[in-house]
Ligand binder design. Structure first.
Ligand code: AMP
Length: 214
């Protein structure tokens, strides 16, 4: 959480093509539309807990079956548990897709807190700001569409603690799961977003050259 994975995943999707699939964004969209799934997921999210595997896996599985995912896709925030990673292996196998390129964005705890507590999101277009590092030109207004900037409910400090604990317990083992298979590329996430993007594109270009994923 807070490493900049959403910001970076959108850049990858824009440059390399392929749909950007983020369970967090999908749940927030469901909640805005008032679906039962959205309401169920929000309860977990507001406590900083992970949404149960079967819910997340079913949602991703359904999305991946769409035609626009046939050539591959960018997953952002999935898999977050080893069970999800195993489910993804099965899905990729069934779809005839190769093993994924896994990018592990690394960041100090103090910077993670600064990113999460300072984050504000445009209600209209979803553009992301940071009141410390990337403030909007006019306070609380998006530079692009003047939409109101709001704080995510789960970006409050007490929820952040739970999200970091969930990361340690459930998601750290996913990194180990992929590392054993030699699929992980580590990326320093502490720089400015543009710097991280440059380094990320370099990793993708290098790995793409080797064949396999993408
Ligand atoms: P994110 O937008 O990636 O920061 O995710 C926000 C929240 O959505 C997380 O704290 C979880 O509650 C939930 N969530 C997102 N992705 C997953 C996932 N793969 N598994 C379980 N819960 C998830």
């Amino acid at each position: 959480p807070g490493a900049g994975k959403g910001t970076q995943a959108k850049k990858v999707a824009a440059l390399y093509g392929g749909p950007h699939l983020s369970p967090g964004d999908m749940f927030r969209d469901h909640f805005r539309r008032g679906t039962e799934l959205g309401v169920r997921a929000k309860a977990f999210m507001d406590r900083g807990e992970l949404v149960p595997d079967e819910i997340v896996v079913a949602m991703i599985e359904q999305r991946i079956a769409a035609r626009d995912c046939a050539q591959g896709f960018i997953l952002d925030g999935f898999p977050r548990t080893v069970a999800q990673a195993e489910a993804l292996d099965q899905m990729l196998g069934r779809a005839g897709l190769p093993e994924p390129l896994v990018v592990h964005v690394k960041l100090d705890a103090s910077l993670i807190l600064r990113r999460l507590t300072g984050r504000r999101v445009c209600k209209v277009g979803g553009e992301i700001y940071n009141i410390y590092d990337r403030p909007p030109k006019t306070p609380n207004r998006c530079d692009h569409d003047s939409g109101e900037l709001v704080q995510r409910d789960d970006d409050r400090e007490e929820v952040i603690k739970e999200r970091l604990a969930a990361y340690e317990e459930h998601t750290q083992p996913v990194v180990a799961y992929y590392r054993r298979r030699g699929l992980v590329q580590d990326l320093d996430g502490s720089g400015a977003p543009e710097e991280v993007t440059r380094a990320l594109f370099a990793v993708i270009d290098r790995e793409e050259g080797r064949g396999g994923h993408l």
